[in-house]
Design a protein around this ligand. Sequence first.
Ligand code: KDG
Length: 310
Amino acid sequence: MTDVVALGEPLVQLNAVTPGPLRYVVYFERHIAGSELNFCVAVALNGLSCSLIARVGDDEFGRAVIEYLRARGVDASHMVVDREAQTGIYFVQRHYPVPNRSVLVYYRRGSAGSRLSPSDLDEQLIKSARIVHSSGITLAISDSAREAVYRAFELARARTFDTNIRPKLWRSPDEAREAVLKALKAGVEVLVTDPDDTKILLGVSEPAEAYRRYKELGVNVLVYKEGARGAYVFWEGGSYFRPAFNVRVEDPTGAGDAMAGTFVALYLKGVDPRRALDAASAASALVVGVRGDNESIPTPEDAEEFLRSI
Ligand code: KDG
């Protein structure tokens, strides 16, 4: 039995070593990323078992992804190597045009990862996991990947979901809304989202109102990320706000996944939601300080040390 199964697209990230418009960037640093892969790394670092179900190409980047998963303690035995398509990549443009933010430039259309389909699912594995996780990115990348998430959610004992609406991957906000709300219908133990996505999904963004509305849709616990301001957690009978830590920003990409994976792992371990959000916020703060989405996600001990030092 595995604690967590995640479905998504691993990507190779080419991160600009220097800030500014990509047209002038000469050096790129290679990282392994993708929202659900980042989530899995956080879960594994927090001591739970995690399997990623995904496709990569039969190419060097696909091999790099599989080796990386193994090295980070994520079960890669359900990964599918697709001979018909390549591993997707994306570039990260940093601090331009908005300081402290990054722009993601995808080269992933028709990628192996986007060919994920319900036939890739190991139904026994999914049924036996404590939770099944995915995100709005996987819903967006293709019809077959979306169907895979819906099928996995149907089979799952419990689900966690990160709305992660990437406007570049959708034809319209309406399309995103319809697909995400359909995924939530299965009932979600922990939903991770933010005001921008919530505006698209529910037409509101005030945190308590958002929780009330999500709860009506079957969400139990809500992690509501407000970026540089901080994050809320709402649960039956309580709520807590954790102001963000004041850290230097190198690249915020992946910070949300670090928060989601750390929070969900600690929540599954029975940690109080307030303390889980503190550790998850520490994980986010450490990730924004470096290039690469998941190398700086802390172990629980390192998160504790970070929190003690603040
Ligand atoms: O959350 C970080 C992800 O956005 C990044 O790793 C790339 O998965 C990715 C995506 O589809 O945007």
